[in-house]
Design a protein around this ligand. Structure first.
Ligand code: SAM
Length: 238
């Protein structure tokens, strides 16, 4: 029997009382995650409690920023097994969610999750962040871009900020040791039209893990030369 009792408890600590529908969806998601993980590499975290804390609970913490409102369009860059995009969608059904990843196998997994859980208004797209960020169907079309465990903040800002509308936000989900990363990324963030608004550091419920949310507001349009191609955001960060 798949257990999500830690998730239910942790969500309560964050202030969310989960309904039966959400609980069933997280159970189905966890079952698919474990099943697919035997065939393709999705996550190294396979223990029930650890999945609840490190994937599910961690993924829903950005709701606490109060920036994610019903009806918003949100893109999860380098979503992998769907984190944080799928848990956010389960908790906030009115969001329009795009999940982006450069690994096709993970996109196939996500499509299976979307179908099995009966989620609507959510799509999984195969591509590289720095390519789609130049495509006018995606560029500056999102209220929020969010990303966890994909790249250092300077590289990640070039991946994510081009997707955000002026007035929207890029939320970088990070660990606790972020001062140096922020220092290195400051110039690039400014060049890309962003400004750091807030950094929220908090302890994940039912654990002693400290995580941070770096909140970057898009204050002006990203110059058209960004994101750069040819792997430059990673090889030569701004
Ligand atoms: N966000 C998920 C999480 O927190 O569990 C997955 C993290 S995993 C360590 C990094 C993911 O980012 C991988 O699935 C990888 O395929 C994807 N990725 C890395 N670089 C990317 C790029 N330039 N564009 C799109 N996806 C990328």
């Amino acid at each position: 029997m798949t257990d999500v009792s830690t998730l239910i408890k942790g969500a309560k600590e964050l202030g969310y009382e989960m309904g039966q529908n959400e609980i069933n969806q997280f159970i189905a998601y966890k079952e698919l995650l474990k099943e697919w993980n035997q065939r393709i590499n999705i996550t190294s975290i396979t223990d029930d409690v650890e999945i609840d804390i490190k994937h599910f609970i961690d993924s829903i913490t950005p709701i606490k920023t109060n920036l994610i409102d019903d009806g918003m369009r949100i893109i999860d860059i380098g979503t992998g097994g769907g984190f944080p995009g799928i848990p956010l969608k389960i908790m906030k059904k009115d969001l329009e969610v795009v999940l982006l990843d450069s690994t096709m196998k993970r996109i196939s997994f996500l499509n299976e999750v979307i179908k099995s859980l009966g989620l609507s208004n959510i799509t999984a797209i195969h591509g590289r962040a720095e390519d789609l960020g130049r495509d006018n169907n995606y560029r500056e079309k999102f209220d929020i871009a969010i990303s966890r465990a994909v790249a250092s903040l300077n590289t990640l800002s070039e991946y994510c900020l081009p997707y955000v509308k002026v007035g929207g936000y890029f939320i970088a989900m990070k660990g606790s040791d972020i001062e140096e990363e922020i220092k290195e990324a400051k110039n690039g963030i400014k060049t890309l039209g962003g400004e750091i608004k807030d950094v929220k550091t908090f302890k994940l419920p039912l654990s002693d893990i400290n995580h941070s949310l770096i909140i970057i507001e898009k204050i002006k349009e990203t110059p058209t030369k960004y994101p750069r191609g040819g792997g430059k955001p990673k090889k030569k960060p701004l």
